[in-house]
Design a protein around this ligand. Structure first.
Ligand code: SF4
Length: 364
């Protein structure tokens, strides 16, 4: 099996996936692509959350013609998602997209696919062969074997047309099938795998389903880029993806919140404090462990081990930084101190990075 370190690197705009590069986080907009303002606004929100690649649906000529304007207004690579009308792919390439995704189940005929592949080749734009169980052609069995066979058949077609700048994916709404199929696929091809459980649903159900699939596959060493598919705001997909990757030790971004579930010992409204702190620190990108604990049983221990933390008690809270007690405050004061400490730490980290960059530039 070709693991993450073994896959062929593929450059998508300014991001390289595969070949042991960090697992990239991607998402897909759910705006109408023709609505450039709404789409760019959503992509900007995704960028702020850490999204590194973004895919947009291209179902109409107008949506294809919007891609240039969208691309000029965003900073991350743009991927055109094509189904049925592959002629739109030529417009997408003309508009400068960084990758196209084709789905064998919605390719109208192989002649137009061949022309599109040759056009992508001429522009050196990567193609994802993305097989989805929901649109698997009837000629294939609706199981792991059929999903893999379909992917390999289309990969072979494209290779025979002389192009191998490819990414592959097999998605099913069943996490176990998704994992098994992608593991099998990784025993045949070295192309980077775009990993995700499709149609996973929304809310906690979707998060659990996606997490099960992603964790099992990533622990096996496969998956070069991930998308968590959730019904709803795609920004949540990015947040969940980083949480999964952080907990597997694959990426470090943002706050690792350590908080107790509370119990009969807790004498504060920890849930609302937790939500307040979580939302205040949503946009922090610096990796940091932050503890929010309900009482003195495990509170001081966890707060001491974290980069900073608060252990609450009745009408008071002990604030810790790097294992040391800063002081005992009212719960409100402690929350404010914690939030401002984290924000300041990120600010000074950024200033340090800028200072280092500037001095490197001067030295060069
Ligand atoms: S830290 Fe305290 S309040 Fe929180 S779960 Fe443990 S014993 Fe209960």
């Amino acid at each position: 099996m070709f693991r993450r370190e073994d896959t062929l690197p593929v450059k998508i705009g300014n991001i390289v996936i595969g070949g042991g590069n960090p697992v990239a986080v991607q998402s897909m907009t759910n705006t109408r692509t023709e609505d450039v303002t709404a789409t760019v606004y959503q992509i900007k929100r995704l960028e702020r959350a850490g999204c590194e690649l973004v895919r947009v649906a291209v179902p109409t000529k107008d949506s294809a013609l919007s891609l240039g304007k969208i691309k000029r207004n965003i900073s991350i690579p743009l991927i055109a998602d094509l189904h049925f009308d592959l002629s739109l792919g030529f417009i997408a390439l003309e508009m400068g997209v960084d990758k196209i995704r084709i789905n064998p189940g919605t390719v109208p005929n192989k002649d137009i696919l061949r022309s599109l592949v040759l056009e992508a080749k001429a522009r050196n734009v990567p193609i994802r062969v993305g097989v989805n169980k929901g649109s698997l052609p009837d000629t294939y069995s609706k199981d792991k074997g059929g999903l893999v066979k379909c992917t390999l058949d289309y990969v072979k077609l494209i290779e025979d047309w002389g192009y191998n700048n490819l990414v592959v994916s097999i998605k099913s709404s069943d996490p176990e099938e998704t994992v098994d199929a992608n593991i099998l696929l990784a025993s045949y091809v070295r192309y980077p795998i775009s990993l995700g459980v499709t149609e996973a649903g929304g809310g906690w159900r979707g998060i659990v389903k996606s997490s099960v699939g992603l964790v099992l596959a990533l622990k096996e060493g496969i998956g070069d880029t991930v998308r968590v598919s959730l019904t709803g705001d795609p920004v949540m997909e990015v947040r969940v993806a980083y949480e999964i990757l952080r907990n597997l030790g694959l990426r470090k971004r943002g706050i690792n919140l350590i908080a107790c579930p509370t119990c009969g010992r807790c004498q504060v409204d920890l849930e609302s404090y937790y939500k307040e702190i979580e939302s205040a620190l949503d946009d922090i990108t610096m990796p940091m462990d932050v503890a929010v604990m309900g009482c003195s049983v495990n509170g001081p221990g966890e707060a001491k081990l974290a980069d900073c933390g608060v252990a609450f008690g009745k009408d008071k809270a002990v604030f810790f930084v790097k294992g040391e007690i800063v002081g005992t405050f009212s719960p409100r004061e402690a929350i404010e101190k914690l939030i401002s400490y984290v924000k300041e730490a990120e600010k000074s980290e950024n200033e340090n990075v800028t200072a280092i960059l500037l001095s490197t530039e001067r030295d060069a």
